[in-house]
Design a protein around this ligand. Sequence first.
Ligand code: AMP
Length: 281
Amino acid sequence: MYIFKKVDDLQNHLEKLRQAGSTIGFAPTMGALHSGHLSLINAAKSECDISVCSIFVNPTQFNESSDLDKYPRTAGADIDLLTQVENDILFMPPVEEVYPKDLDTTLSLDFGQLANVMEGQFRPGHFDGMAQVVKRLLDIVQPNRLYMGQKDYQQFAIVQNMLKQLESDITIVRCPIIREDDGLAMSSRNVRLTPEFRASAPIIHDMLLKAKDMAANETPQKIMQFAKNLLDIPGYKMEYFDIVDGESLQAFDDFKSVQSAVACVAIWAGDVRLIDNIILK
Ligand code: AMP
């Protein structure tokens, strides 16, 4: 695996590959890699000639500096995992390569209601920072295909919308959520759960499965109320459990009125914030 820290070095290498006709699949990450991330690399490898993974803990998308400080950083183990899955190129730049002083990387795109609900409500500024770094990384890597996880459903919808607004040729691919055996969605933050919270956290996925069952007969309002009651457990603090249109991310009253629907949840397990979702329709 080639490892680059500098934009110029990566771009020189990629340019040669592109000239030789290779297609490039790109999976941006913040490291502390797990099987969910590796599934993106595997998808990129199966559909493109070259897989590129980036590891960059993006300061502009953290609205709390303590969250940024506590974010796990495991570069050595990440390199081992990427080598095992035969990833071709790893880009792990320092902050000044992504945000050089003489380059204006701010984005002036408006994601409208997509960015105001759910994560947007509880993490102000998060999506502006996320879109800024994804756009910057896409400008650097210039991939044919971009691989992102359904785990961050709203993030995916916003990046998809960004590519549309930019009239980009990049194909965005949504990869399914990879879970632990007990159903907990894999996340870099899971390592910070206490043994007690780790043992009880699969309730989040159980709840989502129950919501999917209920969607056949109940209204979104009934399901959301049921979920909120069920997840009202000591030590846990729910930020939202929303059932929304899978495209617009807006609430609706009747499953018959939408083409697609998704249930999204964010919940604090002690001091660890977990998100998960399930496609209902
Ligand atoms: P992160 O490192 O958390 O920024 O995630 C990088 C990419 O991996 C994003 O596109 C995530 O949606 C995706 N991802 C994270 N966790 C999972 C998972 N459990 N299953 C599938 N994709 C995931």
